[in-house]
Design a protein around this ligand. Structure first.
Ligand code: FES
Length: 161
């Protein structure tokens, strides 16, 4: 799914971000704090801002992507307002978590790791979230749903729409 980064709408944040980069460029190890700042300010790492980092800090794009893809805290797409995490740990998996995930993907029309075009939902899979006795488990933001069945999905999603 393609997301267009709106330069006009983010104008002030971009100016402040560039000033931040100027303040970092002569300090050791400026890349991580710059990526963190971009993630915090824009909610993800827009390609346009990675190019600004590359230019301002004289770091090749390949190196920036290498670092950014290594750490799971960074995302290359905007995260949805509601984050759905489907536990794919062993206990949940044997109780059908994969089919729950597929049902959510089908209903939202996106894959795990993606965000809906209206940015209302994003889906991710998770390792054991520590509630195996109520498997299969999904989380929507901080809300925990226990013993989820495929038939429950539409009702759960409707609460956040
Ligand atoms: S495996 Fe899903 S909660 Fe433990």
């Amino acid at each position: 799914m393609e997301f267009k980064f709106d330069i006009e709408e983010n104008k002030e944040q971009i100016i402040a971000f560039k000033e931040f980069l100027d303040s970092k460029k002569d300090t050791p190890g400026p890349l991580m704090p710059s990526l963190q700042r971009a993630q915090d300010v824009f909610g993800y790492l827009p390609k346009e801002m990675l190019e600004v980092i590359s230019r301002k800090l004289s770091i090749p794009m390949a190196e920036i992507y290498g670092v950014a893809t290594f750490y799971s805290q960074f995302s290359f797409i905007p995260t949805g307002k509601n984050k759905i995490s489907v536990c794919l740990g062993t206990a949940c998996y044997v109780k059908g978590a994969q089919s729950i995930l597929e049902e959510i993907e089908t209903q939202l029309g996106i894959k795990s790791g993606e965000t809906t075009k209206d940015e209302v939902f994003s889906i991710a899979s998770a390792r054991c979230v520590g509630d195996c006795s109520i498997a299969p488990v999904i989380l929507v933001n901080e809300d925990v749903y226990a013993k989820v069945k495929k038939d429950d999905i539409a009702e759960i999603l409707a609460k956040y729409n």
